[in-house]
Write a protein of this length. Sequence first.
Length: 243
Amino acid sequence: MATLAASNTDLLSDEQIEQLLQEAEVRLRAKASQAAAAAKTATEPETLEVIALVETDTAQAKLKAIIPRLQHGLNERPPYISEKNGVAQVNPTLLSGTSDTTKFADNLRPVECKQKHKREERSNAGPDFFHMPKTVLSDSLKRDLSLLQLRSVLDPHRHYKKTNSKKPKMPQFSQTGTVIEGPTEFFSARINRKDRSKNFVDEVMNVERNTGRFKRKYNEIQVAKTSGKKAHYKNLMKKRRKG
């Protein structure tokens, strides 16, 4: 066998050997390209799907990490429609009954308005003001309260806080009483006993009878207002005729 191989190699020339090698190389390359093409066609979609799945999984993981989950509680409630054996079925427990449908469809539903609760009127001022009772307005009390609000007219030399409204405003809670003198106020009483009256209006009228201040002020105002007018001229003519 060795002698035959040696004889064969001796028979082939260098050009023939090189040609055989080139043919073998071409065949090997063709087989390799066919195998690569077959492998590529067999594994390419699978690899693409795997890559796509990996990419989608990573993207979803990133989104889940970024976006917080909302506690909506929808999963805890039973769904209205569920699938059973490939058929969609409605949950009968969540459906309204026939009475409700007739009530909503046939009849008119009245609109219920929320009634405004009136503020309950209190009978007294509460513990912060010693449970002062509600004002029971009588004629004498009304005159006294109006006179208190006009106290700046009675004593113009003393300053009092001004009220915004001209109309006297009556307090919601008030109480009247009598001041009892002590034993040390016998000689230092603020008002003499003979000058005292039952209420404020009587005292003011007594003071006016003694002093005549309001009558004098009224005459001064009338003289200033009627100066230079027809009434003022008539008064002057009366004085001349008398003289």
